[in-house]
Write a protein that binds this ligand. Structure first.
Ligand SMILES: NC(=O)c1ccc[n+]([C@@H]2O[C@H](COP(=O)([O-])OP(=O)(O)OC[C@H]3O[C@@H](n4cnc5c(N)ncnc54)[C@H](OP(=O)(O)O)[C@@H]3O)[C@@H](O)[C@H]2O)c1
Length: 335
């Protein structure tokens, strides 16, 4: 009898991992969980009634065992600079597709550098399949609305606060400074000024911040000039004022439900025409599980492209239809 292939969720007992696990359960998926901390993983496995594995990210033999008969690994253990390499290597060895929810640019570059290995192993490798799934779908949509897209400006309005893990991981982004894509190359912004974006009825001034589109959306569309903006300061920039121990694990479900995320994009074509569109979506820690499970579900249904991929290069703008309560809205304005 052919063994049914399933998903392994590593880092399942983290704040976001638990919400992803709940979403996987809601979808009635066949999956197993893993993580390094025995008590938390065992308790969660009992709660979800799923098989579990306890191992540290450096344990190669344990990866081989846990990835047996899996079709996809969903890595939710961040900061990803400490886990992505080991998890990607394990997937390459096992021939198992890899996705994670990293927001760290260096893990996107790591996936990019493993393109040939991923092709040889016959796997799809996506780092950044969380918040950037709908973001990248919007970019693909915009890139098709003008002739020869030259310039992209993206604004991200975040709602719902930050988990402890996100505060920690955002240091890896903040330390890079304001990076942009200029004439096809990643470079430090010469003039990082705030910019106002429209999110439907609301205009918000956003701060220049590299969000990952400079790598992921470049992969999806090849737009040579990309600038990104965020509605808040990255939490790590205020880390010295924060006592990490005293921070809550993350926002409660009630807090998350009180507001929404929005992503706004402006694209300029070769004729100078500017088109705008935006996305209205659930708040951050609800959107991430809905998005990453949309991608995992595609893979479990044998919908993947081998090699290094971005959400947009693998699934185009269509994936947005797989993300519940998430809407792409074209602005009527053109200049
Ligand atoms: N872009 C997006 O869409 C998005 C959205 C949400 C979160 N994230 C990212 O996802 C990551 C997790 O966030 P979170 O809110 O779940 O944080 P969290 O509550 O701190 O959970 C982190 C999880 O990762 C595990 N972990 C951390 N370092 C590890 C290591 N070296 N080896 C093995 N396991 C390790 C932790 O295990 P222990 O419990 O044993 O410490 C825990 O299970 C962060 O990097 C965050 O930035 C991204």
């Amino acid at each position: 009898m052919k063994v049914k292939k399933t998903m392994l969720l590593y880092g399942a007992a983290g704040y976001t991992g638990k919400i992803i696990a709940a979403r996987a359960k809601e979808l009635s998926l066949d999956f197993e969980i893993a993580g390094r901390e025995p008590i938390k993983i065992k308790e969660l496995a009992e709660e979800l009634n799923v098989p579990y594995h306890v191992f540290t990210v450096d344990d190669g033999d344990a990866w081989v065992n846990a990835l047996k008969d899996k079709q996809v690994l969903l890595n939710a253990a961040g900061p990803f600079r400490f886990t992505a390499k080991q998890a990607m290597d394990a997937c390459l060895k096992a021939g198992v597709h890899y996705i994670d929810i990293s927001a760290e640019l260096e893990t996107y570059q790591l996936a990019e550098s493993l393109d040939e290995e991923a092709k040889t192993a016959g796997i799809q490798l996506i780092s950044g399949a969380g918040l950037f799934v709908s973001y990248d779908a919007l970019v693909v949509h915009l890139s098709k609305s003008v002739e020869e897209p030259k310039q992209l400006k993206m604004g991200f309005r975040h709602y719902g606060g930050f988990s402890k893990g996100s505060v920690l991981s955002s240091k890896n982004i903040a330390d890079l400074g304001v990076l942009v894509r200029k004439d096809g190359l990643i470079t430090k912004s010469e003039n990082p000024l705030p910019k106002v974006f429209s999110f439907g009825e609301e205009d918000v001034e956003c701060l220049p911040t590299p969000l990952g589109g400079i790598i992921l959306s470049y992969k999806s569309t090849g737009i040579p000039n990309i600038q990104e903006y965020f509605s808040l300061k990255l939490p790590a920039t205020e880390l010295s004022d924060l006592n990490l121990e005293k921070l809550p694990e993350g926002p409660t479900a009630d807090e998350r439900a009180k507001g929404r995320n929005a992503i706004s994009g402006e694209i300029t074509g070769k004729d100078g025409k500017v088109l705008k569109a935006w996305i209205d979506a659930p708040s951050g820690y609800d959107l991430t599980p809905l998005s990453v499970m949309a991608v995992a579900n595609r893979i479990l249904n044998n919908d993947f492209k081998i090699g290094y991929q971005s959400p947009g290069s693998a699934y185009g703008e269509e994936i947005i239809k797989d993300i519940p309560d998430t809407y792409l809205i074209d602005s009527k304005i053109s200049e």
